[in-house]
Design a binder for this molecule. Structure first.
Ligand SMILES: [Zn+2]
Length: 317
């Protein structure tokens, strides 16, 4: 049976899975990354994790897809500078081909989550989708006319597009990016600053005065209890998300948006101001009237599925 191998490399876990050619998962494996032991150990463990998933006969291997944290160069298979791995400027695709066979293709986590949702999840059946994941950071994946679009390899960085040039500093060190307003890190940072300035809020009590414990989840929970400061911060996060989606609608005019990531659990407090902003800022109702904004479907396996889908897409090209 022809097999596709999907691999997910994270700072904590290395995971692999064997899929059939319709992307049905057959078997999966995982082990710890041991990032603190350095690059050689991580590379050996990665090769071992992939070998576990390989089909018995090398003739049955269609290819191996690896999802990695960015930034990376997918065309040349090079891992550039992932924040949570001890590996820099490394030709990982070529190295894995030598160690376990191939062909090997790589892609970044948000791009491949988008491709997974397009192939088997909420975006299935559409021609073009924009995937946005809202968690610690904000990532994006563009699938345009059935192809993952990364430009020269680093495109699709939806979280680092500017929504307000006078806005706060982003995790990447630049100002006014969407991620600075609407990500978990951004929401926690804005809330911490306002609390430090002495604004009254339920949050003081919820974290027992320890501002290092302020997270987006705490702010979301306080907002659900009607805390005015938290409602304002979450409303603003939703509004900037909507402003951004309105801009993307006019640039790309996709069939659908798919939203994933832990912050979507905040729900209507985030989404109502998002929809309001989309309607207010899009040039014409045509842009949003028939453009569904769907919740992501795939959960924890999204990386493995995306990596396998990447192999199929690249082999078909
Ligand atoms: Zn940024």
């Amino acid at each position: 049976m022809q097999s596709v191998i999907g691999v997910d490399v994270g700072g904590t876990l290395l995971r692999s899975a064997r899929f059939d050619q319709n992307l049905t998962m057959i078997e999966r494996f995982e082990q710890s990354t041991e990032a603190h032991r350095g690059s050689d150990v991580v590379i050996d463990r990665l090769a071992e994790t992939i070998r576990q998933a390989l089909p018995e006969s090398p003739d049955d291997l269609m290819g191996i897809g690896i999802v990695l944290p960015g930034p990376l160069d997918p065309e040349n298979g090079i891992l550039i500078a992932p924040p949570n791995l001890p590996i820099k400027d490394y030709p990982i695709a070529q190295q894995m081909t030598e160690m376990v066979g191939g062909p090997v293709f790589i892609g970044n986590d948000a791009d491949l989550a988008g491709l997974a949702e397009y192939s088997l999840g909420a975006g299935r059946g559409y021609r073009s989708i924009v995937y946005i994941t809202i968690s610690t950071g904000i990532g994006g994946g563009l699938i345009l006319d059935g192809k993952l679009h990364t430009g020269r390899g680093q495109g699709g960085e939806i979280g680092h597009m500017v929504v307000d040039p006078d806005g706060p500093i982003c995790g990447c060190g630049h100002y006014g990016h969407l991620e600075a307003f609407s990500s978990g890190t951004g929401i926690a940072r804005i809330a911490s600053e306002r609390l430090r300035e002495g604004e009254p809020s339920l949050i003081h009590e919820m974290v027992e005065g320890d501002l290092s414990r302020v997270t987006a989840k705490v702010v979301g929970n306080a907002a659900k209890q009607g805390d005015p400061l938290s409602v304002e911060i979450i409303t603003n996060a939703g509004r900037y998300l909507g402003v951004h989606i309105a801009s993307l609608m006019m640039l790309i005019n996709p069939d659908a948006f798919v939203l994933g990531g832990g912050l979507t659990k905040i729900g209507d407090l985030l989404f109502n101001p998002m929809y309001e902003a989309i309607r207010k800022y899009a040039m014409h109702p045509r842009y949003w009237e028939n453009t569904p904004i769907l919740p992501a479907k795939l959960g924890a396996d999204v990386g493995l599925v995306g990596a396998a889908a990447l192999v199929k897409m690249r082999l078909e090209q």
